[in-house]
Design a protein around this ligand. Structure first.
Ligand code: G3I
Length: 324
């Protein structure tokens, strides 16, 4: 049995992975990588790591190109794998035309609506969920200073979620997605407050994505993750672990791999045991295509499959966590 088979037996909707387009990650053409990515016993859901982001979808104003998103979404559908769609609004990976000019608030709102209208309509009924807004908070729980906040103001997320509902319809779950919100701390409490505000104002939101980009040995405990997930569930929103990976300081060692295995298992078990955590997505499954070494010098080996395609102790620990 693969990880998705085990996840479904444990009552989750899926075990999934982000996968990347060969255009952005040349090693992703490896046939063995492609074979595992498309194995629906391992991964019942896939998420495009880059292809649905604004800079690729709307590279020129009002010019839409779905090539890179489709390259991930279409084969997944054919394989019977669910899709999480990522993302509609973020401060990063925006096209130059959008960041190099100062727009007025009405202009930027109409740009936002037009983008969400096209992309969410195009992928209507194709996505289990949309990450509507990605990474809007600072570590202290204040809103990130980005063009959306500067130009539109603190209620910009309300617009984004309303537009998403309008164009994605009711069949797609609308998520807020962020990192460092996997335990109870200022940033996760800010997201709790966001959900409460949305509820009070009638702004649609269905889920919160906990990215779960972790470092071996300093991952939040099982208990802390469970308490945090249950806090969101108590507000009536579902939760998913959306980008799980656990990086190690290189060089790797058997001891580090053993710790990494425990860290992966704690997260997967917390999701499994929580009131309403629907599934786990790893942010790619094979070390050579992981985003980690490109961003954190000296860190890597964050995935479940090693470079030679052997399954690491972490893979077996995840399987056990799903089994028990
Ligand atoms: O577009 C160019 C392409 O033309 C060029 O050939 C290629 C060569 O390296 O670079 C391409 O841009 C890169 C892009 O990925 C597409 O490959 C960027 O330099 C690179 O910074 C970018 O990294 C992505 C990162 O988001 C950007 O912040 C990662 O692949 C992607 O895995 C990562 O994903 C994010 C989630 O969306 C949100 N949460 C955190 C997560 C990890 O950073």
């Amino acid at each position: 049995r693969g990880l998705d088979d085990l996840a479904k037996r444990a009552g989750l909707l899926y075990f999934g992975t982000a996968i990347d387009n060969p255009f952005s990650s040349p090693k992703a053409v490896d046939p063995k990588y492609q074979e595992i990515a498309r194995n629906s016993h391992e991964f019942g859901q896939v998420t495009p790591a880059n292809g649905q982001k604004w800079m690729y979808i709307e590279p020129e104003r009002n010019v839409f190109n779905y090539t890179y998103g489709d390259a991930i979404i279409k084969p997944a559908k054919k394989n019977g794998q669910m899709r999480r769609c990522h993302n509609l609004l973020w401060h990063s990976q925006l096209p130059d035309w959008l960041t190099s000019k100062n727009y007025t608030k009405p202009e930027l709102l109409s740009i936002m609506e037009n983008h969400i209208k096209h992309e969410a309509s195009y992928y209507k009924n194709e996505c289990y969920a949309w990450d509507v807004v990605n990474e809007a908070f600072n570590e202290d729980g204040t809103l990130r200073e980005d063009l959306w906040l500067w130009t539109i103001g603190p209620d910009y997320m309300e617009y984004a979620f309303k537009f998403a509902r309008k164009y994605a319809g009711h069949g797609t779950k609308l998520y807020y997605n962020d990192y460092n919100i996997e335990r109870i701390q200022n940033k996760s409490t800010a997201v709790v407050n966001l959900v409460k505000t949305f509820r009070k104002k009638g702004v649609p939101i269905d889920g919160v994505g906990l990215q779960a980009h972790f470092t071996t040995g300093s991952t939040p405990s099982y208990e802390d993750q469970l308490a945090n997930i249950n806090r969101f569930n108590s507000l009536g929103v579902e939760v998913a672990l959306t980008e799980l990976d656990v990086r190690v300081s290189l060089p790797d060692s058997p001891e580090k791999q053993a710790q990494q295995a425990k860290d992966y298992a704690a997260s997967v078990k917390a999701c499994k045991d929580a009131k309403n955590c629907v599934g786990v997505t790893v942010w790619d499954f094979w070390d050579p295509v992981s985003w980690v070494p490109g961003v954190f010098a000296g860190k890597g080996n964050a995935c479940l499959w090693a470079e030679d395609f052997t399954k690491k102790p972490a893979y077996y620990a995840v399987a056990d966590a799903l089994r028990n």
